[in-house]
Design a protein around this ligand. Structure first.
Ligand code: GLA
Length: 694
């Protein structure tokens, strides 16, 4: 609900409130937190400290322009065509249209309008914030910096949680207290990347079950920036949006730049509640409508099994095995096209390799469909190998600078998506594949960051727009494809988890969480991802041992249990699995199908974490049903007995609990307070507990 009282705007959710309004020439933030009586809100007077301490810096501004006596990080900075770089924004009224509160700000002299947009999703206690900047004049305006949102909260010394990841290390979470200065989380790579992720968690002393947490995520994939500033004036500011590094947007007369949406929330009930709100929000609001309500199929993916060496006969054999164990979708990964025998050639030539598929892809698809499975295909549309037909024909289609050599990475270059010909080429390739073949699933990969990020087709003053234009082009392409080909499932991948963000989840259905498929490392990675992203969006495969990254061998059941905590896939060479392994796979996939609605739609509780406990336990609860996965890594001093106290159950209900070949009936209060006694025997032991309200 949006309320307006005495020029104070109050956004109200089920539990939260957000208040701000114009006061004495500034748009001032008032409050963000649990509900109060909105009639009590008022602006605080600013007490000056000295001529060195600007009142603008002391004030909590809702969207700080750069200009005048301001030294804090601005939310927006522009340059007018006469060289003036000072923005003086004045409040110019508001409008409420279709549940969106639009605050209008205009410069005192120059023809620029900035609209701050707010929408509160009451059920979820989440606020969407975005900004559009419009050029109302006759001359270009240059936007040098423009965040999507600014938050001001009382006090300093907040802990900031994010990841410090890398390829196969996506889950390396860190928590850092900020008593002073600034902390920046960002990507400069052109994609979101593995290093930091576009979300924030701020808290003082929260844990899973209690404590105040401010959180948010950005609906963008690409160069993002989150800046947290502990100000000298006893408050903390956070800005989140497009990265201003190498960024400048030329806003032409009457053009508007719409910035990505930022979603923010607050809870005083700790990290679990934060995750529940975000997960529900992603599932119900962010994900593309097409498959939003359906459950993700169990897939087989060929990558780890056959790498680039895909051959029709062998894939058919894999498909038969995949069907036998219960897979519903068969995905051929890299290697099916062009001269693709390794990563050094072929990207860009999206035509079926006739040596590998003498009768075309049709033969395999026919077989897969005949078995009753859907068919999916890998593609990396934004890339090209210099050793490809496409590059030989269009060497000018990649990002480049004059007088600079091109730097390859994984032997490939990035296509310039600000070029219409490139966008059309990619669209036609994908449209052709989806039209000519019965393809129900696309894995859209992106395996290198940008370099020499110049677009020779663009004006010299538009060069720094490419980061933004590229990301927008990817989303536009997906949108066009979805319009034409309804119901296609699309997975985002960027060397594993380099494209996990709300932007991706608004267009794609899920992401590949990590190339690291070692079940132990995955416990860390998936736990870390689960803070923000729901299990349904996390693809998890069971692969072969020894694992290709670290040579570790882990029992198959443990590997299954780990992968069953997200959207399950099989990525091992099942042609080589023993009879016993195949039998176990059948049993586990059957079990997964029985519980996947709980995993994919339920609330997730991090009950125990191997980061600090001897065992790891993750519980999912959905409408009177629950499932708990428990893991022990190694047996310490002969200890086998553990207690697991459950969460999210109804104290007054009785549950039928199935575990360790036992079935017992226990009350919700008992399971919560006393807990279940479990025997975990030996290294890498795991258990799956199922509960149903009776
Ligand atoms: C990336 C992906 C893998 C696989 C390969 C194919 O590394 O993360 O899953 O698709 O590319 O080359």
């Amino acid at each position: 609900m949006i309320k307006v009282l005495n020029n104070i705007f109050v956004l109200e959710g089920k539990n939260i409130q957000y208040a701000f309004g114009p006061y004495k020439g500034l748009l001032r933030h008032i409050y963000f937190g649990n509900k109060a009586d909105e009639k009590d809100f008022e602006h605080f007077e600013i007490r000056d400290i000295s001529s060195n301490d600007s009142s603008c810096d002391i004030a909590w501004e809702e969207y700080t322009p750069w200009g005048g006596l301001r030294y804090k990080e601005p939310a927006v900075k522009v340059r007018f065509s006469d060289g003036t770089r000072d923005l003086v924004l004045e409040y110019d009224g508001f409008a409420i249209e279709e549940d969106v509160l639009r605050i209008m700000l205009k410069d005192k002299f120059y023809p620029i309008a900035i609209f701050l947009n707010y929408k509160i999703y009451e059920e979820y206690d989440i606020i969407a914030r975005w900004v559009d900047i419009k050029n109302l004049g006759e001359e270009d305006i240059f936007i040098e910096k423009a965040y999507s949102c600014e938050i001001n909260i009382d006090g300093t010394g907040y802990n900031i949680t994010n990841v410090l990841g890398h390829w196969v290390g996506e889950g390396r979470r860190f928590k850092q207290r900020l008593d002073g200065g600034k902390l920046i989380l960002e990507s400069r790579k052109g994609n979101t990347g593995h290093n930091n992720n576009p979300y924030f968690i701020l808290d003082i002393d929260a844990n899973e079950d209690k404590g105040e947490v401010y959180f948010g995520a950005l609906e963008y994939t690409g160069n993002f920036k989150i800046l947290v500033e502990a100000t000298p004036y006893y408050y903390t500011r956070l800005l989140m949006g497009l990265n201003d590094f190498d960024f400048e947007y030329k806003l032409k007369p009457s053009e508007a730049l719409i910035l990505p949406k930022a979603y923010i929330g607050y809870t005083d009930k700790g990290y679990s509640d934060m995750s529940h709100r975000l997960h529900r929000f992603v599932r119900d609001i962010i994900l593309p409508v097409d498959l939003r309500n359906s459950l993700r199929p169990v897939l087989f993916n060929s990558w780890e099994a056959t790498l680039f060496n895909v051959k029709c006969d062998e894939q058919i054999e894999l498909a038969r095995k995949a069907k036998d164990i219960g897979c519903e979708l068969f995905v051929v990964d890299d290697g099916w096209f062009g001269e693709r025998y390794s990563d050094s050639a072929g990207l860009g030539d999206w035509k079926v390799n006739r040596h590998k598929f003498p009768n075309g892809l049709e033969e395999l698809i026919h077989e897969v469909n005949g078995l009753g499975m859907d068919f999916g295909l890998w593609i990396e549309p934004e890339m090209v190998n210099p050793d490809s037909e496409l590059y030989r024909q269009h060497p000018d289609w990649v990002y480049r600078f004059n007088n600079r050599e091109l730097t390859t990475s994984r032997n490939q270059l990035v296509l310039n998506l600000s070029l219409n010909e490139v966008k059309e080429y990619i669209f036609n390739v994908l449209d052709g594949l989806l039209t000519n073949y019965n393809i129900k699933y696309i894995k859209w990969d992106m395996n290198r960051p940008f370099s020499e990020a110049g677009a020779l087709n663009l004006d010299i003053k538009e060069q720094k727009m490419i980061w933004f234009l590229h990301s927008k082009a990817v989303f536009d392409l997906i949108e066009r494809l979805r319009e034409k080909h309804n119901g296609i499932e699309i997975e985002a991948c960027a060397s594993g988890g380099g494209r996990m963000d709300f932007g991706v989840l608004n267009y794609f259905d899920e992401f590949w969480t990590s190339d690291n498929t070692d079940a132990l490392d995955r416990l860390f990675i998936q736990e870390s991802v689960s803070y923000i992203y729901p299990a349904k969006t996390m693809r998890c495969w069971v692969t072969d041992c020894p694992n290709f990254i670290n040579g570790r061998t882990i029992p198959l059941e443990f590997r299954f249990h780990v992968a069953m905590m997200g959207s399950l896939g099989i990525g091992g060479n099942i042609n080589k699995w023993t009879k016993e392994e195949i039998e176990l796979a059948k049993e586990k996939i059957k079990q997964y199908k029985e519980i996947r609605h709980i995993v994919q739609k339920g609330d997730l509780f991090r009950i125990k974490s191997i980061l600090k406990d001897e065992i790891h336990a993750i519980q999912y609860v959905y409408q009177g049903e629950s499932v708990v996965f428990v893991f022990k890594l190694y047996e310490k001093f002969g200890r086998k007995q553990y207690k697991v106290k459950l969460k999210g159950l109804n104290d007054d209900k009785i549950y039928e609990v199935k575990y360790s070949d036992k079935i017992v009936r226990k009350g919700g209060a008992y399971l919560k307070n006393v807990g279940l006694e479990l025997i975990l025997d030996g290294d890498f032991s795991s258990q799956l507990i199922r509960l149903k309200e009776i």
